[in-house]
Design a protein around this ligand. Structure first.
Ligand code: IMP
Ligand code: MG
Length: 167
């Protein structure tokens, strides 16, 4: 395992993102939607930097097996009653954008007052669906990363850093 982003780089990036978020919402209460499983650690760290009123909801999306997206997206535990709320999706990584596009489309049906996205990592070169990501921790090239919530076949989520698997 090669360290790609160490824990200090990660916590610095999260503090930056939190500052931007605080500035933009100016104390407007928000509803965070944490996308399981990958975003649970990022979300936990991010909300502790926010110092504002947040409600936290969780939903689960899956499409991956190994290092490839299966293309079939399933959403479970969709939160309800989001109409009129300021919703911020918290995602671990945006790759093809297919998962996020599904989540955004589904959430829009509930007519939130606003809908934004915070992602710890983005791989722009991999994008298939056009999705706008409002807050990004790191833009990276096409690499498969693990750790800090991210998995390879459910392994490595507990690493305190982000690493690249060597095969
Ligand atoms: P997308 O639909 O292709 O954008 O995939 C998004 C989801 O795939 C993310 O939320 C992750 O759960 C997973 N994923 C994408 N790239 C990686 C990676 O490099 N490591 C681990 N999981 C990844
Ligand atoms: Mg995910």
């Amino acid at each position: 395992m090669k360290v790609y982003l160490n824990s200090i780089q990660i916590s610095d990036a999260i503090a930056f993102m939190a500052d931007d978020i605080k500035k933009d919402y100016e104390n407007t209460p928000i509803t965070i939607i944490c996308i399981l499983k990958g975003a649970f650690i990022f979300c936990a760290d991010l909300i502790r930097h926010l110092e504002m009123s947040v409600q936290v909801e969780f939903l689960q999306v899956s499409s991956y097996q190994g290092t490839e997206s299966t293309g079939v997206v399933t959403i479970t535990n969709m939160p309800e009653n989001l109409q009129g709320k300021h919703v911020l999706i918290v995602e671990d990584i945006v790759d093809t954008g297919i998962c996020l596009k599904h989540v955004i489309d589904k959430l829009h049906e509930q007519q939130p007052a606003s809908l934004k996205v915070a992602a710890l990592v983005s791989k722009p070169s991999r994008r298939i669906e056009k999705v706008s990501v409002d807050y990004v921790g790191f833009e990276i090239p096409d690499k498969f990363i693990v750790g800090y919530g991210l998995d390879y076949n459910q392994q490595y989520r507990s690493l305190p850093y982000i690493g690249v698997l060597e095969d």
